[in-house]
Ligand binder design. Sequence first.
Ligand SMILES: Cc1cc2nc3c(=O)[nH]c(=O)nc-3n(C[C@H](O)[C@H](O)[C@H](O)COP(=O)(O)OP(=O)(O)OC[C@H]3O[C@@H](n4cnc5c(N)ncnc54)[C@H](O)[C@@H]3O)c2cc1C
Length: 379
Amino acid sequence: MKRRLLEEEHRIFQTAVRSFLDKEAVPYFDQWEEERMVPREFWIKLGKQGYLCPQAAEQYGGIGADFIYNVIINEEFARVGLGLMGVGLHNDIIAPYLETYGSTEQKEHWLPKCISGESILAIAMTEPGAGSDLQAIKTTAFRDGDSYILNGQKTFISNGICSDLVLVACKTDPKAQPAYKGISLMLVERDTPGFTRGRKMDKMGMHSQDTAELFFEDCRVPAENLIGEEGKGFYYMMNSLPRERLVTAITSQVAAEEMLRETLEYTGIRKAFGRPLKDQQHIQFTLAELKSEIVLGRTFVDRVIEAYLAGEDMGTESSIAKWWVTEMANRVAYQCLQLHGGYGYMEEYPIARWYRDIRVTPIYAGSNEIMKTIIARTL
Ligand SMILES: Cc1cc2nc3c(=O)[nH]c(=O)nc-3n(C[C@H](O)[C@H](O)[C@H](O)COP(=O)(O)OP(=O)(O)OC[C@H]3O[C@@H](n4cnc5c(N)ncnc54)[C@H](O)[C@@H]3O)c2cc1C
């Protein structure tokens, strides 16, 4: 079936992104995985190509592109490896807070650097004691003259080490009832006194993506770094998280497609009992089932992208896509590794990396259990 979402101009853009990555990412990706970091020079190259925040308005240096271009960037980067997810996080999850809720001064000050790659973004919501239950965060920010004094700890923060600008969720009114009314968002710059980074966390997968703990100790943040209004942070996050869920569904869908592609290649070459694996009926059935699930996922994900492009409310559908596609991709990973036999367990085969990397997708961007509670509320 032809993919209807992409028009001719999108395919041209897709080819350009793919050939850029073939030259600038694919040859170095194994090294980045080993070094546990994507180098800063790569971000600068992305900025020069126009692949950072393409959606940003022209007055700030963006190209005002519609979401379909971000979809292509997310898909092509995921094809290289999920370790590059930090780029989608920067483009689609964090920059939109600044674009949507930031003041003109904030946008003029920060967006050009986010577009050029000089400023890498991170978002710090999760704390050691609060992940799914965001209202339970303990980080506080109290007003003191023309600053806020920020205190607290964050964990599992993607781009935590390489980021220059961190959007921090904190409580400006810890006594507020209900608790979400006390949550605010503020931007904290690298090198702000009192802001330190802990260890780079040792993950089971997505090795080139850096993940870190962040600490704020009497960290003085200028009051003009507050995003939007005090006490509205939770509301801003609830409005923005459907896009994050959709992006996670998009990248997991691509991962599933890539795993099947690798496995079709492998089972076409590997022989057992005198025939390629792919010609054995049981294996054909397994491959046919995987293909069917992947096509169903693709159809639904593209439909949700269309809804988002049309400005329709896709809050529930993004949660459905997030939980279903990430679990489907994990089923695909399990079966595809199995079909590689012992070689699948060896790091030389890409399926081993996909298997490790995909495991986190039902956990982050709102766990799949939380997705189901969101869907259940609409029943
Ligand atoms: C690699 C990685 C990158 C991440 N990047 C970021 C980032 O950049 N910024 C950031 O802020 N956070 C980030 N996170 C954190 C991530 O969003 C959280 O891990 C996630 O929201 C789950 O929170 P938790 O780990 O505290 O688990 P918990 O909230 O403790 O949940 C534990 C388990 O209980 C389940 N559970 C919890 N409550 C319920 C309920 N009411 N009903 C049913 N089940 C429930 C959960 O689904 C989960 O399975 C990242 C995490 C990882 C692993």
